[in-house]
Design a protein. Structure first.
Length: 181
């Protein structure tokens, strides 16, 4: 593909993920059901991870998915289900016309992308911009080694306190949930 189309695709996908994250964040705030809100928040987290990857911060994008979209949201949904905050019919606010409208927008975006690809001139060699951290990636341990060193050596106390705080919050939610019923 010609190098002239790379900035177009980068900008298009960057703004696409940004708009999806913004709309999902608005839907997260406006949902009445905590389960539906959590699902929209997971969508926000995945879009933010895609933005991080596009900005050449692959490690932060991977951590975003593993920690926030994975672990934190599982814990949040576990606590919500344990507390029994809502009735099953409250989840109906994730249905309706919104999935159809979203599918229409995604379909139109994919159609526009296919039309641009059809007009592009393809070549055997694709030249992409070189990332500023290229030298760091070639070292043994890559970019993760310096981050792990700082996190587990210099900031070990803060790291352990954060995990203890999460554990105390879960135990507190379980205790409150048992006293209600």
């Amino acid at each position: 593909m010609n190098n002239e189309f790379f900035p177009l695709f980068f900008s298009f996908h960057f703004y696409l993920f940004a708009v999806i994250a913004l709309v999902s964040a608005i839907l997260f705030v406006t949902r009445k059901s905590p389960v539906a809100a959590a699902l929209w928040l997971v969508n926000v987290m995945f879009c933010l991870a895609a933005l991080y990857v596009m900005l050449d911060a692959q490690f932060i994008g991977a951590i975003q998915i593993l920690v926030y979209a994975g672990a934190i949201m599982v814990v949040f949904l576990f606590v919500v289900m344990l507390l029994n905050l809502g009735k099953p019919e409250d989840v109906s606010d994730i249905r309706g016309n919104l999935p159809r409208v979203t599918a229409g927008f995604v379909g139109a975006a994919l159609l526009a992308e296919v039309m641009v690809l059809a007009r592009a001139k393809w070549s055997a060699q694709l030249t992409l911009p070189v990332a500023s951290g290229e030298a760091m990636r070639n070292e043994p341990g890559g970019i993760i080694a310096p981050i792990a060193e700082v996190l587990l050596r210099d900031q070990l106390l803060a790291f352990e306190l954060a995990s203890i705080l999460l554990l105390v919050a879960i135990v507190g939610a379980v205790t409150l949930g048992r006293k209600r019923s």
